[in-house]
Design a protein around this ligand. Structure first.
Ligand code: FES
Ligand code: FES
Length: 630
């Protein structure tokens, strides 16, 4: 029996055992992270924020999709995942990727050798995000690598050595050679980028790439065949999990889902638990029944129609991004303006773990004021297909729907099946904006979707639509201002008036929740100004004889911020070549716990197992100086 076959059989036996435990413990209120750490004592997966924000708890979920017969791997925040959501899935934790007792995986080895950990608390999450990426893309691009790490925060090492480590897995040159200079910057006298970039290899001298183990995808665990069989057998079975306070129901077809929705109209539909889960965790919201519609094929439809793209409501945001990235280059540019605006938002929306869990339908229906896709979908005139036991209907996804107005909203027994995202037209201009405290993985302070449609071959406004998020409890529309501007020419006078109208219509009281009132008001008009310039730029590209080039100053407002993979440079003094090899002073030395950080074997205070009657101590500072302790 080959080693790999043996490992695979052992894994499957282990998994079978694990699965039975999961079935017995599939309490809807129990989350995967606490099950891993407290139930299975697998403490490599770390508890950082507990709300899907830091990535320390990242695991890889693998599922088998019986209809397409495909296995999907994706990273996920285990702190948000109820274990019953994982029925039939394989969960890989950092311990399953590699350990010092079995084999250290190349990801773990390189991260340790290239000084990618300091306290090591974020490291297992970093490993898992990269592992999930490599399982799907063995030759990832730098864009994919940085996107994969969007949801992982490191608060002490810094990202340079981590990104540098992972560059060694990139399937492309990652330095200036890529940017068309024809020569590496390191061949010139003045260094302008990290030495570690050169030729896609680690050349900094801080670690030696020749010591790296090669990546061998054939050595990875296979998806357990038992789960594949189970997914096929259970395809038509309703799954019900009872907890102390909550019942979790996963119907297998649309008819059954509609019956359930009619029976429990208040029950939320939960796909990735990134929104309802947070409400339950942070606000103590309780749902006696939760419906999990993920196994229903109708909710995963993806089709290209004459009017636009139809995307199933249960498709994840990562799937939506991948679909848009595929179709945009295949279609004429003028048809893809809404898609490109959505893509721009999807690239900075949360982290890959959340994008892999959150669904399009959930994003729309939860109507968070700072959710970045809703203003763009609304200005793009997207249409929601709804269904209930009473039939089907379509409603516009517009400002009134987003504000939750009775007639424009879902009825209690209805569900969203799919969303039509229309193609744009030749004289359409669509833009998306967001400003957040961090560029990625942070909720927007203000976001916006803007669209203008001109009379054919002119710059006369025929239709204008502007929506802002982050201003009030829901996404708000500058509807009246837009109506006043119809018929106007796209020029500076129009812009002046538009700014005044918008500031008059979108009010923010000085005591508005969330504060930053002046900042947010400034963003309203800053976005508008940028939209004005983007449209002028587009008009000039379409009709160069009619519309002049933008001035250099105005053009400078249009560049994208940090669109390339992050580059860093580290300068250090090398040791004297005459220094004896046994003298370590001044030499880069791998963190002694580096490998254990990367395998999750390093033990932190919170990883120490609880014992009966243990006593906790905490350091406090006295509020009084020189007081006597009695
Ligand atoms: Fe921070 Fe889960 S613990 S994302
Ligand atoms: Fe990343 Fe400490 S938080 S190594």
């Amino acid at each position: 029996m080959g080693k790999l076959q043996y490992i695979s059989i052992m894994y499957n036996l282990l998994f079978h055992f694990l699965l039975q435990i999961i079935e017995r413990n599939a309490n809807p209120e129990k989350l995967l992270l606490s099950y891993l750490r407290k139930g299975l004592h697998l403490s490599g997966t770390k508890y950082g924020c507990g709300i899907g924000g830091c990535g320390a708890c990242t695991v890889m979920i693998s599922t088998y999709e019986p209809t397409s017969k495909k296995i999907m791997h994706y990273p996920a925040n285990s702190c948000l995942l109820p274990i019953c959501l994982l029925h039939g899935s394989a969960v890989t934790t950092v311990e399953g990727v590699g350990s010092t007792k079995t084999r250290v995986h190349p990801i773990q080895e390189r991260l340790a050798k290239c000084h990618g950990s300091q306290c090591g608390f974020c490291t297992p999450g970093m490993v898992m995000s990269m592992y999930a990426l490599l399982r799907n893309h063995p030759d990832p691009s730098m864009e994919q690598i940085t996107a994969a790490l969007d949801g992982n925060l490191c608060r002490c090492t810094g990202y340079r050595p981590i990104i540098d480590t992972y560059k060694s897995f990139a399937g492309e040159a990652a330095c200036c050679q890529l940017r068309g200079t024809g020569q590496c910057c390191l061949d010139k006298e003045e260094d302008v980028c990290s030495s570690s970039d050169k030729g896609n290899q680690m050349h900094s001298g801080l670690c030696n790439p020749e010591e790296f183990q090669p990546v061998d995808p054939t050595q990875e665990f296979i998806f357990p065949p038992e789960l594949m069989r189970m997914a096929q057998e259970q395809q038509k079975r309703t799954l019900v999990f009872h907890g102390e306070r909550t019942t979790w129901i996963s119907p297998s077809n649309l008819r059954e889902l509609l019956e359930l929705k009619a029976m429990y109209p208040k029950a939320p539909l939960v796909v990735g638990n990134t929104s309802v889960g947070l409400e339950m965790k942070l606000d103590g919201v309780h749902h006696p029944v939760i419906i999990h519609p993920t196994r229903i094929p109708d909710l995963h439809v993806v089709s290209n129609t004459n009017n636009g793209l139809v995307i199933g409501a249960a498709c994840s945001l990562a799937q939506l991004r991948d679909i848009l990235m595929k179709v945009v280059p295949e279609l004429p540019e003028e048809k893809t303006k809404i898609f490109r605006a959505l893509l721009q938002q999807l690239k900075t929306l949360a982290g890959e773990q959340i994008r892999s869990l959150a669904s399009l339908g959930g994003h729309i229906v939860s109507r968070g004021s700072t959710w970045d896709l809703n203003p763009v979908l609304a200005v793009g005139n997207s249409v929601l297909s709804l269904v209930s036991k009473d039939g089907t209907r379509q409603i516009p996804l517009n400002d009134q729907f987003l504000a939750g107005y009775g007639n424009a909203d879902l009825k209690p027994k209805e569900i969203i099946v799919s969303v039509l995202i229309p193609y744009s037209k030749k004289d359409d201009f669509v833009s998306a904006f967001r400003q957040a405290e961090r560029r990625k993985n942070a909720a927007s302070v203000v976001n916006a979707g803007m669209r203008v449609l001109f009379k054919p071959n002119t710059d006369i406004i025929m239709d204008l639509n502007i929506l802002y998020g982050g201003i009030g409890p829901t996404t708000v529309s500058a509807r009246k201002s837009c109506q006043r501007l119809i018929g106007r020419q796209w020029n500076e006078q129009m812009l002046d008036e538009a700014c005044k109208l918008v500031l008059g219509e979108i009010s923010l009281s000085p005591s508005a929740p969330g504060g930053k009132v002046e900042y947010r008001r400034t963003l309203l008009v800053s976005f508008l100004f940028r939209f004005y310039l983007e449209v002028l730029y587009g008009l000039n590209k379409m009709y160069p004889a009619k519309y002049p080039d933008l001035s250099k100053k105005n053009l400078s407002a249009l560049g994208t911020f940090h669109s390339e993979a992050p580059q860093g440079m580290q300068t250090y003094q090398d040791v004297d070549p005459a220094q004896p090899p046994q003298d370590p002073v001044g030499r880069p030395i791998m963190h002694q716990s580096g490998v254990k950080h990367a395998t999750g074997e390093a033990v932190y205070c919170n990883d120490i197992r609880a014992v009966a009657e243990e006593l906790f101590l905490a350091v406090v500072t006295s509020p009084r100086a020189h007081a006597k302790i009695v």
